[in-house]
Design a binder for this molecule. Sequence first.
Ligand SMILES: *Cc1c(COP(=O)(O)O)cnc(C)c1O
Length: 338
Amino acid sequence: MPLLDKFAKYPLLFGPSPISKFDNLSKALGKKVNIFAKREDRNSGLAFAGNKLRKFEYIVPDILAGDYTHIVSIGGIQSNQTLMTVATACKIGLKAVTVQENWVPIPEAEKATYDKVGNIEASRIMGGDVRLVPDGFDIGLRKSFQDAIDDLKAQGFKPYPVPAGCSEHKYGGLGFVGFVDELIEQEKQLGVKFDKVVVCCVTGSSAAGIISGMAQYGREKDVIAIDASFTPEKTKEQTLRIVNNTNKLLGLDKTIDDFQLDTRFAHPCYGLPNEGTIEAIKFVGRTEGVLTDPVYEGKSIQGLIQLVKEGAFEEGSNVLYVHLGGASALSAYSSYFK
Ligand SMILES: *Cc1c(COP(=O)(O)O)cnc(C)c1O
């Protein structure tokens, strides 16, 4: 029985997320490796889908167990976390308050539309109480977040706090343990073993869940995380903490001291692409017809492409790219693609 089975789960996904073969990309990179992608960007029918919903599946039962009125969460202005908080709240019949901080130095050319299009537009359509706050980027717990909670309590409501990226929530790592259990089944169905798994990492619980999940099978060293936070020490420390908390929750007697976090692709800062990011986004778009965003997945696919080019993977190996979602923010970055 999978270790995860003892935890309550509220279904928000279609089922196991599909795996696509990126044959064109593999070929364009010299056929040195076989690239596959597990599609968290297509994992659900809620809003624009994505990794946060997988995490919410193990948080919602805890919300429903209390008589909460609101889910409160936090992110940047184009946050996927806050968008998926609103969608989840709609689905379970609660209200959402989302604190949207100034995490990104918005380029001049995007200033007129950045807080109106893409994810924040979708949140507003679904009735999210979107609160714009001028504070800067930090993946930790924030004052603005506590203020929103205190404000709701003062009005007699009962808010349920979900931290940035769901990550520091006690169950934040469980969703992506389930991702690995799915993956193991899909390996059997496809007759393929994925030698390496490449995943974007910022608040940490996606990568952490995958590392914990893989640790169940002795394969935790096969995970390569690509930093998109540009504060890699914080991201690494938080991710390791979530890994070890998750292992403990699962009853997995294993302490993880380190993991591979490639920090070369996060520049110039969280939320803005570098030249290579834009190139990678276009390259994957044009070879595979698949969209990635400038904040997260553009950077992780940039990392994957670079790793293939520099021969970091053994010839002939099967490399799984984890597509976590996020393309719904693209319209807030239109100046990069004129
Ligand atoms: C949140 C997010 C990430 C980062 O995942 P963490 O679990 O916060 O490390 C990566 N890609 C997309 C599209 C995201 O929404």
